[in-house]
Design a protein around this ligand. Structure first.
Ligand SMILES: Nc1ncnc2c1ncn2[C@@H]1O[C@H](COP(=O)(O)OP(=O)(O)OP(=O)(O)O)[C@@H](O)[C@H]1O
Ligand SMILES: O=P(O)(O)OC[C@H]1O[C@H](OP(=O)(O)OP(=O)(O)O)[C@H](O)[C@@H]1O
Ligand SMILES: [Mg+2]
Length: 280
């Protein structure tokens, strides 16, 4: 039975379970449950602190896990990223009071508060810098005004928490994070390939829609240039003489622009439908 670690609380928890549900897996119904067996798919899910997930996967006690890229890097565990799950996106950045520190190179010798000492120490080692890393559990933005540190390194999503604390970011992000599926390098536990394919199916279904329209056959080449699809668009005959029907997958983010351009070209009956799931 495939054993998978899923975040039990925090930012990653609910979207991780939702993605697994969308991929056809059974998930816990009570947020206090720590284990959930899905016998139909031969998978067992263990609900763990997101910080601990890399540890369980790295030791091989669990086969796969969902965590954040920043948490994986912070753990220093030799687990590997198998798939970017495209949610819980955030950057990991330096911040300080305005004007106090100008650039990433000026952090040497300072006191840095962070809940991710592994990420910070890796950066310092890469740049051959020495600094005093103050490890905190959370609410790191308070550390500067309370005098514990000169700057912080923390997760930034909207930037609202930093603004509230009177801090500004500086320098390049240390890393770009999002939720990821992790596994052990070179390990291929039975059932893992199927889970990966199912999650990839969910990712595609979330980022594409199906577009259908009718167009005069004389304009077909121009129309399909706008909607090339992934493999190739489906073109079917219509009862109406000289017209064809086209179906193609289109990026959700582009669909309104593509619909406008198709309409201007002369296409009609342009319909968009969601894709519930797919295997490409
Ligand atoms: N706004 C956000 N705040 C915190 N973490 C975020 C945010 N957006 C994305 N993330 C990601 O979520 C993961 C952190 O989740 P985690 O559950 O440890 O912390 P949390 O959501 O802040 O919960 P808690 O504060 O209760 O520990 C990291 O991978 C981080 O990059
Ligand atoms: O850029 P923003 O949208 O403001 O989000 C980022 C903030 O949210 C998280 O804090 P959280 O509320 O989880 O508290 P914590 O620091 O105690 O983990 C994170 O640690 C940042 O502080
Ligand atoms: Mg937090």
């Amino acid at each position: 039975m495939l054993r998978i670690a899923v975040p039990n609380k925090g930012t990653l928890s609910q979207p991780a379970s939702q993605m697994l549900r969308d991929a056809g897996y059974r998930q816990r119904t009570d947020p206090k449950d720590l284990v959930c067996r899905d016998d139909a798919n031969n998978v067992e899910f263990f609900y763990l602190r997101p910080r601990d997930i890399a540890t369980y996967v790295g030791t091989g006690d669990l086969d796969l896990g969902i965590t954040g890229r920043d948490l994986l890097v912070d753990s220093g565990v030799p687990a590997e990223e198998l798939l970017d799950l495209n949610f819980a996106g955030a950057t990991f950045r330096w911040a300080a009071t305005p004007g106090s520190i100008g650039a990433g190179e000026q952090i040497g010798g300072r006191r840095i508060a962070t809940a991710y000492p592994g990420v910070v120490e890796r950066y310092l080692a890469e740049k051959d810098l020495k600094a005093d890393v103050v490890r905190l559990d959370g609410a790191v933005e308070n550390a500067v005004r309370l005098g514990v540190a000169d700057l912080i390194a923390d997760v930034v999503e909207t930037g609202a928490t930093l603004r509230q604390a009177g801090l500004v970011t500086f320098g390049d992000p240390l890393l770009h994070s999002s939720a990821i599926l992790i596994g052990r390098p070179q390990a291929a536990p039975p059932g893992a390939a199927q889970l990966l394919r199912r999650l990839q199916g969910v990712l595609v279904a979330r980022s594409y829609v199906m577009l259908a329209y009718d167009v005069p056959a004389s304009l077909l080449d121009n129309a399909t240039a706008l909607t090339p699809g992934i493999e190739s668009p489906t073109v079917s005959p219509l009862q109406r003489e000289g017209w064809v029907a086209v179906e193609a997958m289109v990026k959700r983010a582009d669909v309104h622009r593509v619909m406008d351009e198709l309409y201007e070209l002369g296409a009609r009956a342009i319909l968009v439908t969601d894709i519930a799931n797919c295997r490409l």
